[in-house]
Ligand binder design. Structure first.
Ligand code: ATP
Length: 309
């Protein structure tokens, strides 16, 4: 099989730091005589278009995404048929929750060499969110409520740009979360799981459907989420006063929130959530609008990645 790699690169990831890392990676590709093409993203949403165009035929494709979690989500939502794609990943973002979930900790140069040397693939679950007439895939998490509102704010946050300069980008999420906690509307709703369980929720803070344990730059919403089990782990937070929720955040950040009042972690192949007022919804931090009816679903083993030694 012709192994030409298509690199989809977001030079704007990590507030532009990705550019210099990518330049050193491209030197390796040139020096090693690798057969490859580079597709640099030029605007928000471009990675989806690039992936759509690359996978429009019936051939098998070796894609490698170089960027952050937002770029991964865009590419995932452009791929026509996931079963015909090998999905390599070079973490160049600021939150890097996808890399964290995969336990990819090596330097990008090392990961690149591992991808190029890989002969086999590993399959991982993905998530899918359906709401407001749209269907989006997600790799890490999707959710409604405060975490989604924070993602919306973070997309345009000057605070993130500022903090990224000091390698403190993930602090953005903490600061924005405290602000959102006290300005979010009071919403009630119901969650139905595939096994028939139902949760009736008042004063919903958020519902986060996790494929990997962490979102928001390492916050372990569902510490035991496993992208090999065919299920999503949902963290439901509701029914507690907001100041108590704020007091519980250190436990959330430490991944010790499971037994705290107001925090519930449930596993399911699918969750259907209905709210009495619109809540902000996100998929991997990408804004899915304000919605009242949302379905989160697991797509077992849908993502094929080069096995890294
Ligand atoms: N040329 C471009 N100009 C401006 N924005 C772009 C461009 N190309 C891509 N983007 C946008 O940059 C956003 C953020 O990129 P990405 O997620 O890769 O990096 P990050 O925010 O640093 O990482 P993380 O999501 O892990 O925190 C993406 O949502 C994408 O739409």
């Amino acid at each position: 099989m012709d192994k030409t790699y298509d690199f989809i690169v977001n030079l704007h990831s990590r507030t532009g730091k990705a550019k210099e890392i990518w330049e050193s990676l491209e030197e390796i590709l040139t020096k090693d005589g690798v057969s490859y093409r580079v597709h640099i993203t030029e605007y928000v949403g471009h990675a989806t278009k690039i992936a759509e165009d690359l996978t429009a035929d019936d051939a098998y494709h070796f894609l490698v995404v170089a960027g952050g979690d937002g770029t991964i989500n865009e590419v995932l939502n452009g791929i026509r048929d996931l079963s015909k794609v090998s999905f390599g990943y070079l973490p160049l973002g600021s939150a890097n929750d996808f890399a964290r979930g995969l336990h990819i900790t090596a330097e990008p140069e090392v990961i690149l060499r591992q991808i190029l040397a890989s002969e086999t693939e590993d399959a991982y679950d993905l998530g899918q969110v359906c709401c407001g007439g749209q269907t989006r895939r997600f790799a890490i998490s999707a959710g409604a409520g405060i975490d989604a509102a924070v993602c919306r704010e973070a997309l345009t946050s000057r605070l993130k740009v500022f903090l990224n300069r000091f390698h403190l980008g993930k602090l953005t999420y903490g600061l924005l979360t405290v602000a959102e906690l006290f300005r979010a509307p009071f919403v009630s709703g119901k969650v139905e799981l595939t096994d028939g369980r139902e949760f009736h929720m008042k004063n919903i803070i958020f519902t986060a459907a996790m494929n990997f344990p962490c979102e928001g730059g390492g916050v372990p919403m569902a510490p035991s989420a496993d992208a090999h089990d065919g299920k999503l782990s949902a963290c439901l937070v509701y029914g507690i006063p907001r100041f108590l929720c704020l007091c519980a955040f250190p436990f959330l950040i430490a991944g010790k929130h499971e037994n705290i009042r107001g925090f519930e972690i449930v596993e399911a192949e699918e969750l259907h959530v209905v709210f009495d007022k619109p809540m902000v919804v996100h998929a991997d931090g990408e804004d899915c609008g304000d919605q009242t009816d949302v379905t989160f679903r697991c797509l077992p083993g849908a993502l094929h990645m080069p096995h890294l030694d």
